[in-house]
Design a binder for this molecule. Structure first.
Ligand code: PHE
Length: 373
């Protein structure tokens, strides 16, 4: 009897030891706020990936993953708060997040200073990974995305004159507009960008800027903004008589774009990270599993959050350790085939990946083409 009790106590002790050794993974995304569909998709993608890893028996040594997800509300100050909370209070091993470049730029210095490896699924602004050697991302960067958009406008849409409207308080939209302008002017000539207008963050009336823009008679309007702004801008541009095509970036990717913009976003095209119509087996499998679990088609945010989680857990597995520096070193030599493509990192911790161009047609996203780097 004594022996039995001893064995029982040992089993209980061992079980709690293993449970205590769950690897804590921080997740961050904007589940509420100006672009809430981004956060919902992101959280879903991470949750699915973590479940799959746990079902396979964990990361290493039987250690499972505990995802601790925080809402950054799409706000840089809130982002800084949740990064600090995850690192200091929860003592996470690593962070997958966050979505918007302006918020990631507030969180990344906190992770870097604490030596906590992080990977943003979707922040495309060039400055993000330049914060330091612990900061990675799972997506291409805006100098590439802007170039693809400009090439498409010039070569496919045959635009000779372009105009851009962007959010002056948002690193992503401002940076992407600049990247577009640079390439378009190289292709179409020096004064081919006839208007380059900024609007304040949170604006809902864009008529003053659009009137100025339309006076220059652009063939194409570049709108590198998030879907909520894009929907309103498109409506107002059409009201003012603009009939030409509009081109944008990954920030258009939301089921709410068409809900807000209606028919105004038709003849709209945007660069994105992935298409659910991709015929690769890994994509089909992911779309099937995601649909079964969440009852929705996964957008690029869901795919990249899923991928980023795989990339981070793969690095922790190869490191065989929860030590920040060991994970950082393992991330550096990542070689993984994920939903959004093959991933290896360049010297600035950016993956080199293809972009897809999506057209809004009949209220739906239609895959047009893939552009390799
Ligand atoms: N690339 C955007 C940013 O850096 C975020 C985003 C990615 C939004 C993908 C939608 C889809 O702010």
């Amino acid at each position: 009897m004594k022996r039995f009790v001893l064995v029982l106590l040992l089993v209980i002790a061992a079980t709690s030891l293993i449970a205590a050794q769950d690897i804590k993974l921080g997740g961050v995304g904007p589940v509420t706020g100006e672009a809430a569909t981004f956060g919902v998709s992101t959280k879903n993608g991470m949750t699915l990936a973590v479940e799959e890893w746990n079902a396979k028996g964990g990361v290493f040594g039987g250690r499972k993953v505990k995802l601790i997800f925080e809402d950054d509300k799409g706000d840089p100050a809130e982002g800084a708060t949740v990064y600090t909370k995850l690192i200091q209070q929860d003592q996470v091993t690593a962070i997958v997040g966050t979505v918007m470049s302006k918020v990631t730029l507030a969180g990344a210095p906190i992770a870097q200073a604490a030596g906590i490896p992080m990977i943003s699924p979707t922040s495309t602004n060039e400055k993000v990974t330049l914060v330091g050697d612990y900061i990675y991302r799972a997506c291409f960067i805006d100098p590439f995305q802007g170039t693809v958009g400009a090439n498409f406008a010039f070569k496919d849409l045959k635009a000779k004159k372009a105009a851009a409207l962007f959010d002056i308080g948002n690193d992503y939209t401002k940076g992407l507009a600049e990247n577009f302008k640079l390439t378009f002017e190289k292709l179409a000539g020096k004064n081919s960008v006839v208007a380059f207008e900024g609007h304040p963050s949170g604006a809902t009336d864009f008529k003053a800027q659009l009137t100025k823009i339309l006076a220059g008679k652009p063939d194409v309007l570049y709108v590198p903004d998030y879907y909520n702004d894009v929907g309103l801008i498109a409506k107002q541009a059409r009201e003012l008589g603009f009939k030409g095509p509009m081109v944008g970036g990954d920030g258009w990717d939301s089921p709410d774009l068409v809900k807000i913009g209606g028919t105004a976003v038709e003849n709209g095209f945007f660069t994105n990270h992935y298409s659910s119509a991709d015929s690769r087996a890994i994509v089909k499998e992911f779309v099937k599993k995601y649909q079964a679990k969440f009852g929705a088609e996964p957008d690029a945010l869901a795919a990249l959050a899923y991928d980023a989680t795989y990339i981070m857990l793969d690095a922790i597995k190869r490191a065989g350790s929860t030590k920040g520096s060991a994970i950082r070193d393992a991330l550096k030599v990542t070689k993984l085939d994920v939903v959004s493509g093959k991933v290896t990192f360049d010297a600035n911790r950016n993956p080199i990946k293809a972009a897809v161009i999506i057209e809004i047609k009949g209220g739906k996203q239609v895959y047009k083409t893939t552009v390799n780097p």
